[in-house]
Design a protein around this ligand. Structure first.
Ligand SMILES: C[S@@+](CC[C@H](N)C(=O)[O-])C[C@H]1O[C@@H](n2cnc3c(N)ncnc32)[C@H](O)[C@@H]1O
Length: 275
């Protein structure tokens, strides 16, 4: 077993769980590899290298995506949101939603949802001592099923504002899977004063389109969308300032350097408030 595969030893020193096929790359583990994480296999690293070459950003876009998540969670926490539903949450990495939210509001509750078993197994290991955070193995393309799960509705109080996090996940839903209908269903159950954050591959650059090609071929998923198409996900919400912008431009902590590089233009980010 390669060194980086030893991350599984956190749960089971003997072997990788049988449900996980190390030879088949997964979205979650490829992304982990791009971020420089250790929870990935050779097959994932191969796709990650191809994607980074296509993006021409050295993985910068993925890091900016994580940073944008952090700023959005801080923003929502500052607006009094104390519970988060993080869909397509991925493998735990540095500064996950619960760590950011609970640093501001210690009692904040967070539900992580991912359909990748690696993300589920590692999430459980990370959260073993955290009663305010849970991880659920489910497919976000089945919103009604997900929103009926006791682990979700019993954990979050949907009569109170919720921060819905859709960080770099909706571009893994293909048009034929009705991404707008799916997102609409999640928005529908939010009470006024709730927020939705979304980051999404944008088709503005040739690099983003090249990345889409790599992901489609290797994972069968990945879809860039235009600015107007991404804006449609916010229908019914009021976009908070500065609106739908490239990752580094959303409420930056530091001055932004223009022109943005390929990583900076990989995705758009927005946060909408339910009126
Ligand atoms: C690029 S990663 C983003 C992870 C994290 N949200 C972030 O931005 O750092 C996309 C994640 O969405 C998950 N995902 C993709 N399609 C999904 C689905 N239909 N249901 C649940 N999770 C999904 C993948 O397994 C992966 O962990």
């Amino acid at each position: 077993m390669a060194d980086s595969d030893m991350a599984w030893a956190r749960l089971d020193p003997a072997h990788v769980p049988p449900e996980i096929d190390p030879a088949k790359p997964s979205v979650a583990r490829v992304y982990d590899a791009i971020l420089g994480g250790k929870d990935n296999f050779a097959a994932d690293r191969e796709v990650a290298a191809e994607a980074v070459a296509a993006m021409g950003d050295g993985g910068g876009g993925a890091r900016m995506n994580r940073a944008a998540l952090g700023r959005a969670v801080r923003f929502m926490s500052g607006m009094g949101v104390a519970q988060f539903l993080d869909l397509g949450s991925g493998l735990p990495t540095a500064q996950n939603t619960h760590q950011i939210a609970q640093a501001i509001t210690p009692a904040a509750r967070v539900v992580y949802v991912d359909n990748d078993r690696s993300a589920y197994v590692h999430g459980q290991a990370l959260l073993v001592d955290n009663d305010s955070t849970t991880v659920v193995l489910a497919d976000i393309r089945e919103p009604d099923k997900l929103l009926a799960m006791p682990e979700v509705v019993g954990f979050l109080d949907f009569t109170q504002p919720v921060g819905l996090i859709l960080n770099a996940v909706i571009h893994h839903l293909l048009d034929e899977e009705d991404p707008y209908g799916i997102v609409a269903r999640y928005k529908e159950v939010l009470v006024p004063g709730s927020y939705m954050q979304l980051t999404h591959f944008c088709d503005d650059t040739p690099e983003a389109k090249a990345n889409e090609q790599v992901l489609r071929e290797s994972l069968g998923r990945g879809q860039t969308r235009s600015r107007a198409q991404i804006a449609r996900f916010f229908a019914g919400l009021d976009l908070v300032e500065p609106g739908l912008v490239f990752l580094p431009e959303w409420r930056p902590d530091e001055p932004v350097r223009f022109p943005l590089d390929a990583g900076g233009k990989l995705m758009l980010v927005g946060v909408g408030r339910k009126p």
